[in-house]
Design a protein around this ligand. Structure first.
Ligand code: BGC
Length: 271
């Protein structure tokens, strides 16, 4: 190993040790319209500073998005040493981005891990956005300490899913893309469908009911947690859902991706 690389590795290691000692990690959530980030106090799951948002570059090519995310992070002072986690709305398996349902198709097949490591100049934890949202709920939110099978669903532009067995994530489940009668549920029952298809609230709820009942018939969760921005209006639709498992509102709302990314960064720094 060259002396320069050795020095970089040592600096990375010292950084992550310093971040851990402070009990803070930085989370970044990449979405179709905005990139949001904030430092998270790992003991409480709360932001140490208000989150900041920048517009997702257009076109949202991997390089442009990674650069914007790194700049967002660099705008926070005094946090250079804390671990960083980043979410993408896509499957990330063994460093590689495998899907691009609501992002630029040029993401498919790229080495997302190297892309973000290089943009940030330090190793980052890279994961699916719904998996991150689920991690936040299981670690500090509505499913904290919940045994058995927990199904976290995020209703937004698409439908994200995160599946946990005794608190352990089964990554990249993509259960938002279950098909009913040959049609992908992801656009059909997402929160975006409400306005896109000009639906009444009752019509949208019946789509969500059909989607969740179908998912339930396949995985039989012990608890269903509903997240995404629309969960702020949970009282308007959760009481109408008729499912076998209890259904609860996510507690971290739209911040769950950032918070889960921070917890994943922390876990990755310990590995
Ligand atoms: C993607 C998922 C993502 C979800 C929420 C879906 O279209 O396939 O990977 O988690 O949207 O952003």
């Amino acid at each position: 190993m060259s002396p320069d690389l050795l020095e970089t590795r040592l600096t990375d290691r010292q950084s992550s040790i310093a971040g851990r000692a402070r009990g803070i990690a930085f989370g970044i959530d990449i979405g179709g319209t905005g990139i949001k980030g904030a430092p998270v106090d790992l003991a409480t799951g709360l932001f140490c500073e208000p989150r900041r948002t920048v517009a997702t570059p257009s076109p949202a090519t991997p390089q442009a998005v990674a650069r914007a995310a790194a700049e967002l992070r660099a705008g926070f002072d005094g946090l250079a040493s804390v671990p960083v986690g980043v979410t993408v709305p896509a499957v990330v398996r063994k460093r590689i981005v495998r899907t691009a349902a609501n992002i630029d198709p040029s993401w498919i097949g790229i080495d997302g891990q190297s892309l973000f490591d290089e943009a940030f100049g330090t190793p980052v934890a890279l994961l699916n956005d719904a998996d991150a949202a689920g991690l936040a709920e299981v670690t500090r939110g509505a499913a904290q300490g919940e045994p058995g099978v927990v199904f976290v669903v995020t209703l937004g532009t698409g439908i994200g899913s995160a599946l946990f067995v005794d608190g352990r994530l089964v990554p990249n489940t993509e259960l938002g893309h279950l098909r009913i009668d040959g049609f992908d549920c992801c656009p059909w029952a997402s929160a975006a469908a409400l306005t896109r298809d000009n639906l009444s609230w009752a019509d949208w709820v019946s789509r969500v009911q059909e989607y969740l009942a179908f998912a339930e018939s396949l995985i039989w969760p012990d608890l269903i947690v509903i997240g995404g921005g629309i969960s702020a209006e949970a009282e308007r639709f959760l009481p109408l859902l008729q499912l076998d498992a209890p259904v609860v509102r996510a507690r971290m709302g739209n911040d769950s991706g950032i918070i889960g990314a921070a917890y994943e960064a922390h876990a990755a720094a310990l590995r």
